[in-house]
Design a protein around this ligand. Structure first.
Ligand code: SAJ
Length: 432
């Protein structure tokens, strides 16, 4: 195998293309966005991910990575395009179909096609394979096809791309073996071979498992608030049990993966997926939980003004897709409130973004919605002086609450509510 064409130069396609290029393969990265193609050909990046810029510039500098709007002949084609959902939470396979059709004119006997995009069960067999067969080559004999789902965590993408185990599902054994030869160029984790539909289900179950676990933590947060205990303390104590690993509550589950993928299962198996659907609904309900609490905290303030810390869907990344922080800010804005947002990672939003100082100025309540490391080092004493009132609602429990209290803030935390009767009787034991 000498040449690879990677379709889709986003969070998965670009690192994969770059790492293959730095492993010595001749790589053509394809994207429909001319701006992205130009940026990459100049050795730049259009997304923020630790280490990615260095890797891309090395890959482009070596001459092994080029970007283009159109595919070209190659030994292997990797499809790394998005699989969003459309109206009614139904999987939108448009980009998978378009990318498969785009490689068709270049396909030659002996080529390998890999679908990396997270896809509903049977997509490889029922959607991709029939399109490839339209070219007249027999899939599984003349051209090979496998599903190899990406499983890397944004924020730790490059490390996980190399170190994580890979599951490769071939439409037959030859396809799986051939795909394995490609991933051996850079994967240091173990490679596990299976069939394509099993690989699709493995990926969906991983993300659904996490979604259900986070929903359980969010449910606990609400119960804890109700009975006046600290959910975070419950979690850390319960997690001392060797077979328990509860996740963390938060303002909701964002990102393009966990908040989307379980719906693929609900769509395909509406009868069997009661738990999956319920978890999605609990997590999707969290932004409104935060909004209600913020409104209750500011109920006595005429025309309260909100300062939002964080827009990205999780800490230390710039991705705002399906972000609960964005949902909260949008809904408050739509209610007619004054809302200012600051995110050190996010450069563009369709509303105004503020600087750190201006986000605090003349506001009444700070909503801490994204756990960026930068927020842990804020100085609430000086920032608090810019505000009209000083209330903090920490939906992530990652700020130093003592510091914020000492700076005059009334500190409220998701999953932790002092019952009204106990207010003013000093801090809860073991809080934070
Ligand atoms: N979150 C919580 N509580 C937690 C953990 C996460 O509220 O305890 C929230 C985050 O703040 C975020 C959302 O969930 O809004 C998702 O974040 P994440 O870090 O759990 O996952 P993603 O979406 O960034 O990446 C996931 C990963 N899947 C798993 O860990 C099973 C990653 O390995 C996948 O490759 C990725 O989805 C994907 O592309 O499918």
């Amino acid at each position: 195998m000498k040449s690879v064409c990677v379709l889709g130069l986003g969070y998965i396609g670009l690192p994969t293309a770059s790492i293959l290029a730095t492993s010595g393969l001749d790589v053509l990265g394809v994207d429909v966005n001319p701006g992205v193609v130009d940026t990459i050909n100049r050795g730049g990046v259009h997304i923020h991910e630790p280490g990615l810029k260095t890797l891309v510039s090395a890959a482009v500098g070596s001459g092994n990575l080029k970007a283009s709007l159109l595919p070209a002949k190659a030994d292997a084609f990797i499809l790394a395009v998005p699989t969003p959902f459309k109206e009614g939470k139904k999987a939108d396979l448009r980009y998978v179909v378009e990318a498969t059709r785009a490689v068709l004119p270049y396909l030659e006997p002996g080529n390998l096609v890999i679908l990396e995009s997270t896809s509903p069960p049977r997509t490889t067999v029922d959607v991709v394979a029939p399109i490839l067969a339209e070219g007249g080559l027999e899939v599984g004999r003349d051209v090979f096809l496998a599903h190899c789902p990406e499983r890397v965590l944004p924020g730790r993408l490059l490390k996980e791309l190399i170190e994580n185990d890979r599951v490769i599902g071939g439409i037959n054994a030859d396809s799986a073996e051939m795909a394995k030869r490609l991933y051996l160029y850079f994967v240091e984790g173990s490679i596990h071979l299976t069939d394509a539909t099993t690989a699709e289900m493995v990926k969906l179950m991983e993300n659904t498992y996490r979604d259900v676990n986070i929903a359980l933590a969010n449910e606990l947060a609400l119960m804890a608030e109700n009975c006046g205990i600290n959910a975070w303390e419950v979690i850390s104590l319960a997690n001392l049990h060797p077979r328990v690993h509860l996740n963390q509550p938060g303002p909701g589950v964002g990102g393009h993966c966990i908040s989307v993928d379980p719906w693929f299962l609900v769509e395909q198996f509406p009868v069997e997926t009661r738990l999956t659907r319920m978890a999605r609904e609990i997590n999707d309900g969290m932004p409104d939980v935060i909004i209600s609490r913020a409104l209750a905290l500011t109920a006595d303030i005429p025309k309260p003004r909100f300062a939002v810390l964080g827009l990205a869907y999780k800490g230390n990344i710039d991705d705002i897709r399906e972000s609960p922080a964005e949902i909260i800010a949008e809904r408050l804005l739509r209610m007619g409130h004054s809302v200012k947002v600051f995110d050190p990672y996010v450069r563009e939003w369709h509303h105004e973004l503020y600087t750190l100082e201006s986000v605090f100025a003349e506001t009444d309540i700070v909503l801490h919605l994204t756990d960026h490391n930068e927020f842990k080092h804020l100085n609430p004493r000086s920032l608090g002086t810019l505000m009209r009132n000083r209330i903090l609602l920490d939906a992530r429990n990652t700020l130093d609450h003592d510091l914020w209290s000492e700076a005059g803030f009334a500190v409220e935390v998701l999953g932790k509510r002092v019952p009204a009767a106990a207010r003013g009787k000093g801090p809860m034991v073991g809080a934070h």
